[in-house]
Write a protein that binds this ligand. Structure first.
Ligand code: IPM
Ligand code: MG
Length: 352
């Protein structure tokens, strides 16, 4: 197979982990006779520095024309000025919107050998295998109006939580589909006791649920969901929720896996192009030191092969190599070990 993959290393530790992901993809290409045509572009803070924009039209067009986009991380203290016209995060949001990737899949699996890396009690962690599906192109992140003004002599700030029925329906339908390939349990998270948008969300979840009786559907309020993620994570299978709730809950869920550095994500839409990124950020405190955990990024390449290129065997090979590497005791600093970014990738590549 031939595929065009756009690389957006971005800022902070992004370039360090993307470099290792490319080595993994190249190893897969060699083993299975595929050919990847890479194109590297700037996005985020580095793009602001170079072009004065966190995402240029050219970069977005290149991403839209690719089979898949692999993103490291964006952001850092250098671009954190609240008065700045552009921010690295704006580029990321514009990319998600521009690619139409409305569903962000964030699998959270606890490797048995990493149970002690999590601050949670071991008995809570056994058997945890959750797929969180976060709506990614709507809600508070994109709703209009948004901004600052003065009203009644006061400074005011406004964000809008807006959802159209079709935006809710398509992500919930995808969640039902994905639940069919798992344990057939779906938890829809909302705040229907307070928010109108959540009442629409729940109404549509009930409708889609009626058409999919083989899936056990439950509705959980987001505050309760935050608690259950910690008190009973093993009871969760597939979780679907709106953009902001999903952002918050997946950082919380990453604690289960022992380190945020472990977790990949895939952002999918109706279109062909998927966006693949680890859920960790640019980690400016450790950038340039070569100690970042590359596993979240490497597992994101497995998701890329599976979801954008339908290469299931290749995806599974990467996941098994990561599993075996962890079982074998390899650990980066975030997991209490001393392996560097390249050292960890070497361990994984050696098992491919
Ligand atoms: C994430 C991040 C982003 C988000 C930031 C960097 C804009 O936290 O992917 O979870 O909030 O979506
Ligand atoms: Mg986040």
């Amino acid at each position: 197979m031939k595929a065009k993959i756009v690389l957006l290393p971005g800022d902070g530790i992004g370039p360090e982990v993307v470099r290792e992901a490319v080595r993994v993809l190249d190893t897969i290409a060699g083993r299975y006779s595929h050919q990847w045509d890479y194109q590297e572009c700037l996005m985020g803070g580095c793009s602001i520095d170079r072009f004065g924009s966190s995402l240029t039209d050219e970069t977005l067009a290149d991403c839209q024309a690719a089979d898949a986009v692999l993103l490291g991380a964006v952001g850092g203290p250098k671009w954190d000025d609240p008065a700045a016209k552009d921010r690295p995060e704006r580029g990321l949001l514009a990319l998600r919107k521009g690619l139409g990737v409305f569903a962000n899949l964030r699998p959270v699996k606890v490797h048995p050998a990493l149970i002690d890396s999590s601050p949670l009690k071991p008995e809570k962690l056994r058997g945890v295998d959750i797929l969180v599906i976060r709506e990614l192109t709507g809600g508070l992140y994109f709703g209009w109006p948004k901004g600052r003004d003065r009203k009644d002599g006061r400074e005011r700030a406004v964000d809008t939580l807006e959802y159209y029925d079709y935006e809710v329906r398509r992500v919930i339908e995808l969640a039902f589909d994905l639940a069919k390939g798992r344990q057939r349990r779906l938890t829809s998270v909302d705040k229907a006791n307070v928010l109108e948008s959540s009442r629409l969300w729940r109404q549509i979840a009930v409708e889609v649920g009626a058409a999919n009786p083989e899936i056990a559907l439950e509705h959980v309020l987001v505050d309760t969901a935050a608690m259950r993620l910690i008190t009973g994570p093993a009871a969760l299978d597939v979780v679907v929720t709106e953009n902001m709730f999903g952002d918050i809950l997946t950082d919380e869920a990453s604690v289960l896996a022992g380190s945020m550095g472990m977790l990949p994500s895939a952002s999918l839409g109706q279109g062909r192009v998927g966006l693949y990124e680890p859920i960790h950020g640019s980690a400016p405190d450790i950038a340039g030191k070569g100690i970042a955990n590359p596993i979240g990024m490497i597992l994101s390449t497995a998701m890329l092969l599976r979801h954008s290129l339908a290469l299931e065997a290749e995806a599974a090979a990467i996941e098994q190599a990561v599993d075996a590497t962890i079982s074998g005791g390899a650990r980066t600093a975030d997991l209490g070990g001393s392996l560097g970014t390249t050292g960890m990738a070497d361990e994984i590549i050696g098992r491919l």
